[in-house]
Design a protein around this ligand. Structure first.
Ligand SMILES: [Zn+2]
Length: 458
């Protein structure tokens, strides 16, 4: 067994405020209100004006384009308040620091109105049903075989419990029948648990906590950056492996956890919803199970790239595999949101403006792809960028003459991460093109170097 003596510490709690914010967001995001939520909140079905006003603000926040994910100016800090604060008044105070003055009225109103609806339910049922689930989660995570696994995880990540720090799990009550979700923000995992009288904790909640703990450990590992640089040296397979390895190894760790916690689990069971990640996760589940000394580092980066080539060969690679982690620069906030919202990728960062020159971005791992979304007019203003790609405004302008014209350029070759530039003949077709590219990227093979006209239906 790996020589790590103590396992990481979990702090589990279920503050009312976290449930309040989470459910308010769920009510705002769903035009029809999830059936499960309306079971509790009959009043929400009619979608009162305060809920509509909050939903509009909320949607705008989600579409904001932060320049790299860790510098999100509103949405993240706003959410952080939900598990740091103890009362509605404290929460409002906390939000005031982050929320725009013009939005603050709508946000506070929605919160106070929703509090009136939810609080009686919380006092009468939810808090009572939630406590046994917290106790059960604590028990499962302290199970000696699970503790052994988490020590193993620390060894793999080259961490000690001190370096990892405390991992907090915030349990959020959900009405029965709703889909359970986990969302992590740094060292805090918010996990939605359906609560009913005598509810049993299902294994998925424990596995979700283990999965997110794994992601958190990988992020904190001193071996992460050396791995990133090694991926960048491994050619195209390295680029793809660099995007997926965290998900692959977190899912492989799921498998180890499931084996302990779920008597029905079989080694051939699926571990992740996306086929490429699933194939890789199962491969590394076996490798990890057979090799106690498997560890993060440059050597693992090489193994991941080679294993990808073997189990998911070149013919199967799709554009979305290269865009899984990406930095997007768009000509407008709308184009940015269209693209980000239409594709399945782990968004890395971006900005609704195009920098003068493309090139290495400070603070971004070396194998992250870059995407530029521009209409013809903007592209002509970025002549330097086009020149870097070995072309002139005239050369691609020809491609754009067709109605709704759309062209895509890829660069990067075998050694640099890909740069994609999508150019449309006007701002309107750029919007359509941005969402079209997002949608087809899961079927589209990596385009050939140079300008490729994209066919699309209007
Ligand atoms: Zn994950």
């Amino acid at each position: 067994m790996a020589p790590v003596v103590r396992s990481p510490e979990f702090q589990i709690d279920a503050p009312y405020i976290a449930t309040l914010v989470n459910m308010l967001e769920a009510a705002a995001q769903n035009p029809g209100v999830p059936a499960a939520l309306s079971l509790w909140a009959e009043d929400i079905k009619r979608r009162p004006a305060w809920l509509e006003a909050f939903a509009k603000v909320h949607l705008r926040w989600q579409n904001l384009s932060p320049y790299f994910s860790h510098v999100d100016l509103t949405y993240r800090p706003y959410r952080r308040c939900s598990y740091q604060q103890q009362s509605v008044d404290d929460l409002v105070e906390c939000w005031r620091r982050w929320v725009d003055k013009k939005d603050a009225v709508a946000v506070e109103k929605a919160l106070r109105e929703f509090d009136k609806i939810l609080r009686p339910w919380w006092n009468r049922y939810l808090s009572r049903y939630t406590s046994p689930l917290i106790a059960a989660l604590q028990r499962e995570l302290e199970h000696p075989r699970v503790a052994e696994l988490t020590r193993h995880l620390l060894y793999f990540s080259q961490l000690t419990p001190e370096k990892l720090g405390k991992f907090r799990v915030v349990v959020v009550a959900q009405p029965p029948g709703s889909r359970r979700l986990g969302r992590r923000e740094d060292s805090v995992l918010i996990i939605e648990v359906p609560v009913t009288p005598n509810a049993k904790l299902d294994t998925d909640a424990v596995v979700t906590a283990l999965h997110e703990l794994a992601h958190y450990a990988y992020e904190r590992s001193p071996a992460r950056l050396p791995m990133e640089w090694e991926f960048a040296r491994q050619g195209p397979a390295g680029f793809i492996a660099s995007h997926y390895w965290g998900e692959v190894m977190a899912s492989a760790f799921d498998g180890l956890g499931r084996e302990v916690l779920d008597p029905e689990f079989h080694a051939s069971d699926s571990l992740y919803g996306q086929p490429l990640i699933d194939v890789m996760a199962r491969e590394f589940f076996h490798q990890w199970r057979d090799d106690d000394l498997l560890r993060m580092g440059p050597k693992l980066a090489q193994t991941l790239a080679r294993t990808l080539e073997e189990h998911w060969p070149l013919e199967r690679w799709r554009l979305s595999d290269f865009l899984f982690r990406t930095v997007v620069f768009a000509e407008s906030e709308e184009a940015f949101a269209q693209f980000r919202n239409s594709m399945w990728f782990q968004y890395y960062g971006g900005k609704a403006s195009v920098p003068e020159r493309h090139g290495p971005l400070f603070g971004v791992p070396p194998a992250v792809s870059q995407v530029y979304l521009m209409s013809d007019l903007q592209a002509r203003q970025h002549e330097a960028l086009l020149k870097d790609l070995g072309t002139s405004p005239e050369a691609y302008a020809k491609l754009l003459r067709a109605p709704g014209g759309l062209a895509l350029y890829r660069s990067g070759g075998r050694t640099k991460p890909p740069v994609f530039i999508l150019v449309a003949n006007n701002a309107r077709s750029l919007l359509r093109g941005a969402s079209y590219l997002g949608e087809i990227s899961t079927e589209m093979p990596l385009p050939a170097e140079g300008w490729t006209p994209l066919k699309r239906t209007e």
